[in-house]
Design a protein around this ligand. Structure first.
Ligand code: ATP
Length: 321
């Protein structure tokens, strides 16, 4: 339960940029989200991950009020989403791959139209981004390529200096150099300024250096919502010098061994673990002659692959809770 402050505002709300409770959404017979509850801490960069069709875009659209959920509630910056006023909305940004832009305007015209609507519009940031993205402000938006449209959408979402920014596949269509610029320049700036950013993306390599919280959705259900450190600690790569001439994998494979490779006398395993001591003992039981057991941190992409495989029941019937 959330405790109340003297002003009567629940204390969790003060620290949360987004609070989702019991969110369910159905499109006709398709249940896109089922009973999802999560909290995005203020000032965090929160990655919403999950396989295709997991419900990420639906959740973001509900959080910005683009769709009314079938059940449940969402508060953004402390206010129920359905009660957001235009003034609240100037503090909240949204950028999505599927976003519509005014095709008949040039980028300069669009910026001139938007800027007065946002009290915190940052002209210097808009100039920096335009130069960084090499966007021609005199071109009509209709004439921009897919990647350039995404860049224009990002410029228009970042220049208002939102306190809370939702991004749905923000790297889609961007070339590798622009992705890198975006991550290093813009999003790191957002992090240092204390903005809260919620990103749904499959670009895990780009996300990795930015993210401090992760929520993982599968089939519309939230598997977990945790700090990146907690998530990373749950998985390890373990390399085993088996001490035999020809290494073999145990049969059957332990259910929490998500990926395994054999190379000569060595076995390399991506596994889900409680702690390293338990893993060590378990590996020893499998390989009593082991000459070496070493642990290695996993990447966000490794974690994603692990979770996706477990979800498909390839290695385990257990869910991650
Ligand atoms: P992706 O990673 O592929 O973009 P996602 O995690 O963002 O997927 P959603 O787009 O939220 O997933 O879709 C969740 C489920 O809802 C999917 O089964 C999808 O087919 C369905 N869905 C999404 N939008 C609609 C719609 N407008 N009408 C009907 N079904 C929809």
């Amino acid at each position: 339960m959330t405790s109340a402050t003297r002003s009567g505002v629940p204390s969790a709300t003060l620290h949360a940029a987004v609070e989702v409770e019991g969110l369910t959404h159905r499109y006709g017979r398709t249940e896109a989200l089922r009973d999802v509850s999560l909290t995005v801490p203020r000032g965090s960069v929160y990655a919403l991950l999950g396989p295709n069709g997991a419900g990420k875009s639906t959740l973001l659209q509900a959080a910005v009020g683009l769709l009314a959920p079938t059940a449940g509630s969402i508060r953004v910056l402390g206010t129920p989403v359905e009660q957001l006023t235009p003034a609240h909305r100037t503090r909240i940004g949204y950028v999505a791959e599927s976003q519509r832009l005014p095709d008949d305007l040039t980028l300069a015209q669009y910026e001139r139209w938007l800027a007065p609507l946002y009290p915190a519009w940052d002209h210097a940031l808009a100039d920096t981004l335009r130069a960084r993205f090499d966007l021609d402000p005199s071109r009509r938006i209709r004439a921009l390529s897919r990647g350039q449209r995404m860049q224009a959408a990002l410029l228009c979402a970042l220049a208002p200096r939102p306190e809370l920014l939702f991004m749905d596949e923000p790297f889609a269509g961007l070339d590798a150099a622009v992705k890198d610029d975006l991550v290093r320049g813009v999003l790191e700036l957002a992090g240092s300024d204390g903005w809260t950013v919620v990103i749904a993306s499959h670009d895990l390599v780009e996300l990795e250096p930015l993210v401090d919280h992760v929520g993982f959705l599968r089939d519309g259900r939230l598997q977990f919502s945790e700090s990146m450190d907690t998530v990373r600690a749950r998985y390890r790569w373990v390399e085993i010098g088996t001490g035999t001439r020809e290494a073999r994998l145990p049969s059957p494979l332990p259910p929490h061994w998500v990926r395994s490779e054999v190379a000569g006398t060595r076995v390399r395993v991506l596994l889900r673990q409680d702690d390293e001591a338990t893993t060590q003992a378990e590996v020893r039981a499998q390989y009593p002659d082991a000459t070496r057991i070493t642990f290695e941190e996993v990447s966000l992409a490794d974690v994603f692959i692990g979770l996706a495989r477990e979800g498909r029941g390839q290695t385990s019937s257990q869910g991650v809770t």
